[in-house]
Every structure is written in C-alpha cells, then in structure tokens.
Design a protein around this ligand. Sequence first.
Ligand code: ACO
Length: 324
Amino acid sequence: MSINTKITGVGSYLPETIVTNAMIEDILDTSDEWIIKRTGIRQRRVVKDETTTYMAVEAAKRAVENAGIKSENIELIIGSTISGDVSSPAIASYVQRTLGCENVAAMDVAAGCTGFIYAMATAISLMETLNKNTAVVVASENLSCRSDWSDRSSCILFGDGAGAVVIERSESNSIYHPVLHAIPDTDDVLYVASSKYAHPWSKDIATDDCAIRMDGKKVFAFAVDAVEKTLNELTELCGDKPITKIILHQANNRIIRYAATSSSYDKDQFFVNVDRLANTSSASIPLAIDEAAREGWLKKGDVVALVGFGAGLSYGGIIIEWAI
Ligand code: ACO
C-alpha cells in the first residue's frame, strides 16, 4: 500500500445473556465434557433483545469513542456479517444512519468468518483509491438465531457479538500485507441458506430454513490447512520483522491448538477467548482485538498476525502493528 494507515480505536459489544454448556445439556443430548474436549468452548453470549444492527452500532460507537474522533469525520464504513437483520441495506448503512455521518461510502463484505480480514483489506484499499482519511470496520453476528438448536453438532459452536476498529491515515504504516484467498467449496461443506418466497412460475419452494449447515470434519481439515498456509505466508512477507502475536478467527480451540503445534510460534503467542465467547464468525477477530487490547495482552509495538477462515471457502490474513 502506498498510503500509511493505523488502527486508532477499537470497540465491541457483547450481549449480557450467557448460555453455558450445562444449559445446553438441558435441551440436547450432549455434555459439557464432550463440548469442551472437542471445541474448548465453555459458554457463549446470546442475544435477548439485541439485533445484529444494534450490536454493530454499539461496537462502532465504542471504537469511535476510543479513537477520540467525531462521527462526522468518518468517511468510509465497511461492515461484515453473515447474519444481518435484513438482506439489504448493509449493516454499514445502519451504522452510518445511527452515528449520523453524512458523507460516507458505506457497504458490507460477505466472506463468511473471514469477513473481518476482507473488510480490513477493502477499507485500506478504498481509503487509498477514494482518498479517504478515516474508516470504520465493523463486524457483527447474531449466530444464535442462525443455529439449528436441534443439531447438536453445530449449535454448540456459536455465539453472538460485534467488534469494530477505526482506521486513520498516519505518518508510518501499521496495517500491511493483506493476503486474501478462497478455494471452491464444491461439496457445500459450510453455508447458511437464505429464506425465500417461491413465485408462481418457479419450481422452487418457499423455505424459511436459514440455519448454519456444515460438515464439521471437512471444515476442520480446511481450517487447519488455511491457518498454516496463511501464517507461513505472513511470516515470509514480514521477513526479518518478527510476528509477536497471533489472533486467529476463534472458531474452535482445537483449531488454535493445532495451529500452534504445527507452526514455529509458541502457544502463548495465540490469543484465545473462544472458551468464553464461542465462535462469533466474522466478529470474532475484532472482539478478540478489543479484549486483548483492554487486558494489556496486546502491547504497543506488537506485530500482530490476524488470520481468518470460513465459508466460501475463504481465508486470509493481515498484519497490524499495535499502535494505541
Ligand atoms: N455432543 C455429544 N455428541 C456429539 C455432539 C455433541 N454436541 N455433536 C456430535 N456428537 C457425536 C456425533 O453424533 C458422533 O456420534 P457417533 O460416533 O455415535 O455417530 C460423535 O459425536 C462424533 O461426531 P463427529 O462429527 O465425528 O465429531 P468431531 O470429532 O468431528 O467433532 C466438531 C465435531 C466439533 C464440529 C468438529 O468436527 C469441528 O470442530 N469441526 C470444525 C467446525 C468448526 O469449527 N466450524 C465452525 C464454523 S466454520 C468456521 O468458523 C470457519
């Protein structure tokens, strides 16, 4: 990139309601022990009254406040979700409306759980192309309402929440080496169907099935391969500037542990909050950044690899130097 950018603010929103594994034991044939052993997940946050839009707006507001900027200075908003309240408009448009920014470009990207990485890459590219100074990238997911609560192999995995960052132009560059990839999901191993009406001339039938469907074993195999490839690629691109911290999409602690074992990095360099928040799809990386920053796990000067993977099958990563 020829313009210099950095993250100047971060924020998140989590619903208050906590659903523990024990609470799922009450409704399904599963156990806390099985879930922890296969996923590392102990509990998840789920919406009660909140919507995907509400969480996106709250996370964005907090990021803007954290950056210490005025909403009217935002010039670009990129959203990411697989669980929007509406198919159109974008959550970015609702964030614009609520924050009251008049003159922005606002759109969402749809790249499954890799959405935040694609959104970051899109934001820094558009900041350059459109000559913008300040952007908000926000990812928000309401997966509890996209889970089939009779399917014990998938509903145990997901949680709700939103995270956002503010990106501003800066003197030196702290966001670089975006790498975006996708391989065809020819077997439909991971997708979320849309509900639809059928018109009188179509052979299609109306459906209200909009639950997350996946082949867990195939997704696992794809995920560990994608993480390994992306970390290797980022490591090579960073050259003699070592990556100090790694934030992976928080899909499953087994995937994170596997990545740590198969890489040259130490397990302590990997951030983990999937045990408490479960898999929040594209919101998991900004949620992790916010928590890691607030808890002091991220230190000024850290060279952080963000790595995502998900439906598509998309995957990718980006480097951020922590500068707050
Ligand atoms: N509780 C108890 N038993 C269960 C549960 C459950 N919640 N779910 C499945 N089982 C049973 C199955 O029925 C099966 O029983 P059987 O042997 O009698 O047929 C047994 O456990 C083993 O099932 P598998 O599906 O083979 O279990 P696996 O070891 O593959 O674990 C899991 C399933 C956790 C989903 C794993 O495949 C996985 O982690 N995959 C990655 C998926 C993922 O992270 N997806 C996230 C969304 S995609 C993304 O974010 C990129």
